[in-house]
Design a protein around this ligand. Structure first.
Ligand code: ZN
Length: 234
């Protein structure tokens, strides 16, 4: 076996852990987004319920204004009626007043209807707000846990990277460069076992010369198919 192989295997173990930690760290923002989207439905329900309440409040204000206008008219007609001395005018004003009074009663009925709608809409809003608050609580917990997870991952990553630097330092530069290039390209391993003539990295058969080279240990034997550095397992 080539003398750098055991050192490269130790290094590779750290590189694989670094890669896994980096992948987990990269997944954190995606999990955060997923957590936050859970709020979207509940927020939309609160917005819709709030809008409904406001619409009804505006309708009630409109009806109240209509009632006020008619009551002012009734008052004015009453004053006119009080002042007039003509009997027919008195009668005509009386009819007018009755018509406006009927209007007011109809408007008051409508106002009661709107008040009932408002009460129902406020109940819907309160329920939607309760659901949103509950979801927000769960999402906050999730986000907190994710932030703690990210911190833990960063700490472990820094530790493993420091270990890696320590392990890489004594390795022969040519061997280290070759390994580093292959690991970066393959993503999973730069050094693989050679067992029963099969490369453990790509699972292809290697030629006998490669097996001999791996056994000899003078040079770093590489897989004929994938290029990974091979060490013989017999
Ligand atoms: Zn291979």
């Amino acid at each position: 076996m080539h003398p750098e192989i055991p050192k490269l295997l130790q290094l590779q173990e750290r590189d694989q852990r670094i890669r896994a930690l980096q992948k987990d760290l990269k997944d954190v923002p995606r999990h955060e987004m997923a957590a936050k989207t859970k709020l979207a439905g509940d927020t939309a329900a609160v917005d819709a319920a709030t809008l409904k309440v406001k619409e009804i409040e505006v309708k009630i204000k409109g009806v109240e204004l209509d009632i006020q206008t008619r009551q002012n008219t009734i008052k004015r007609l009453g004053d006119q009626q009080f002042e007039t001395r003509k009997n027919d005018e008195f009668q005509a004003l009386g009819v007018e007043i009755k018509r406006y009074e009927a209007d007011v009663r109809a408007l008051e009925d409508k106002e009661i209807e709107h008040m009932e709608e408002l009460e129902a809409a406020r109940a819907v809003l309160k329920e939607a707000q309760g659901l949103l608050a509950a979801t927000q609580g769960r999402v906050n917990e999730e986000l907190k846990a994710l932030a703690e997870r990210a911190d833990g991952l960063k700490r472990r990553l820094a530790e493993v990277e420091a270990e890696r630097a320590g392990l890489a330092a004594p390795i022969d530069k040519t061997a280290l460069d070759l390994y580093t290039r292959i690991f970066a390209k393959k993503g999973d391993a730069g050094v693989s076992p050679l067992e029963n003539g099969i490369c453990g990295g790509c699972h292809m058969k290697v030629v006998s010369g490669t097996i001999q080279a791996a056994r000899g240990g003078d040079i770093l034997a590489q897989c004929d198919s994938c290029g990974r550095i091979l060490y013989l397992v017999e």
